[in-house]
Design a protein around this ligand. Structure first.
Ligand SMILES: NC(=O)c1ccc[n+]([C@@H]2O[C@H](COP(=O)([O-])OP(=O)(O)OC[C@H]3O[C@@H](n4cnc5c(N)ncnc54)[C@H](O)[C@@H]3O)[C@@H](O)[C@H]2O)c1
Length: 370
């Protein structure tokens, strides 16, 4: 199930349940030994967040760019760890048999290679979203995860965001009645121009797969089933060849039809001036509607202000919550909320929308999911 021996697992559990006032050296709690592969924008941020998670030790950091490795390793050292530095993740996995778990935040076209390497080495992996570039890559990843010793958790951290988690619990308890319609958009001019791979759709999967997948994941979770079909339209209207060679869209709209006559309307644009930007995640039901990100709902027959849900862990960063869950899942052999199969489905929802836009036709779920 996991890499910790039963003795260290018991020690870990004892330490996390009730830490004794004074620990002798030989009683020091076992920590999950974590390595990072890819410490660019996202991996660097995740490392900072991982430092807030109890019960871990950062033992290695790996990136193709040595300056990034050095910077991330220095941050881990400042927190009291002694990470080794690597450029080659295969060498790291070969040399450091003590690694229990890996956090991987590499470009999308590298997800499959890294995930397979880590899972085949018997480690747990927290792998950034989306799962891959194509349905085939997703299927291969899920198969590897199913037969692996370690767990696979995908970086759809918004499932662990306190507000979204409370909203979802409310929906699942019937709080808005039957889910009828979802509306989402991501109108944000926030593309990181220091990541050339992101603008090449062959490497990123295009923005609907690379970025919108978070909201598509939440909406599909709220509806509880994958879509039946999608139609859409999109292109590059303003940022032609910006940055040079750009192949990812700067705007699109897509409509998904889900079972039971449920629809999701989603759009994304990058030419939103200040004051026009925003992210929206709304789910409408037969008795009311909810804003997932705000955890606020309104009843259909209610004329007053929106109701704010009680939110456990309010204010906690989704990444910290997601990484805490990863450590707990790895140590205790639990199935992640954002496991491989849910990651495959949400990635395929993005690929379905992209295919409909590219091919200017209605595309069915069977065509992408097989
Ligand atoms: N969950 C989220 O909210 C979220 C947010 C941003 C990015 N991401 C995802 O994180 C991933 C990384 O994105 P980013 O913004 O950090 O990109 P980035 O370009 O800033 O960083 C990627 C890093 O991976 C390194 N790398 C590439 N191939 C490698 C290899 N074989 N071995 C070791 N290191 C390698 C690169 O040198 C680079 O430093 C992408 O999948 C992206 O979609 C997720």
């Amino acid at each position: 199930m996991n890499e910790l021996s039963s003795t260290t697992r018991r020690t870990f559990l004892a330490a996390t349940i009730a830490a004794p006032a004074i620990l002798r050296a030989q009683d020091a709690p076992a920590r999950l030994k974590v390595a990072f592969i890819g410490v660019g924008n996202r991996g660097g941020y995740l490392l900072t967040q991982m430092l807030k998670v109890p019960g871990i030790e950062i033992v290695a950091v790996c990136d193709l760019i040595p300056e990034r490795t050095a910077k991330a390793a220095a941050e881990a050292r400042a927190a009291g760890f002694k990470p080794a530095e690597y450029e080659d993740f295969r060498k790291m996995l070969e040399q450091r048999k003590d690694i229990d778990a890996v956090v991987a935040a590499v470009p999308v076209d590298t997800h499959l290679r890294v995930a397979l390497g880590v899972l085949e080495a018997g480690k747990h992996i927290y792998s950034e979203k989306p799962m891959g570039l194509s349905p085939q890559e997703c299927t291969t990843t899920v198969k590897a995860a199913q037969s692996a010793k370690g767990i696979y958790q995908i970086g759809f951290q918004l499932r662990h965001d306190p507000n979204r988690a409370a909203s979802m619990a409310f929906i699942k308890s019937g709080g808005i009645g039957k889910v009828l319609y979802c509306q989402g958009y991501r109108h944000t001019h926030d593309l990181p121009y220091d990541e050339p791979w992101l603008f090449d759709k062959k490497r990123s999967g295009d923005i609907i797969v690379e970025q919108a997948c978070h909201i598509l994941d939440l909406m599909t979770w709220a509806i509880g089933k994958p879509p039946l079909r999608a139609m859409g339209s999109g292109g590059i209207n303003l940022f032609k060849d910006i940055p040079p060679g750009r192949t990812v869209m700067d705007n699109y709209s897509v409509i998904y039809e889900y079972p039971d006559n449920v629809r999701l309307n989603f759009s994304q644009i990058y030419f939103d001036p200040d004051g026009f930007s925003g992210v929206k995640e709304r789910v409408y039901g037969s008795e009311g509607a909810i804003d997932l990100a705000k955890a606020q709902y309104g009843k259909l027959d209610h004329k007053g202000p929106l109701t704010q849900l009680d939110v456990p862990n309010a204010g906690q960063a989704p990444e910290v919550m997601s990484l805490k869950a990863f450590v707990d899942n790895a140590v205790n052999g639990k199935k992640p909320l954002n496991d491989a199969e849910s990651g495959r489905i949400s990635t395929l929802v993005g690929i379905l929308g992209r295919t409909a836009i590219e091919e200017r036709r209605i595309v069915t779920w069977e065509e992408v999911a097989g």
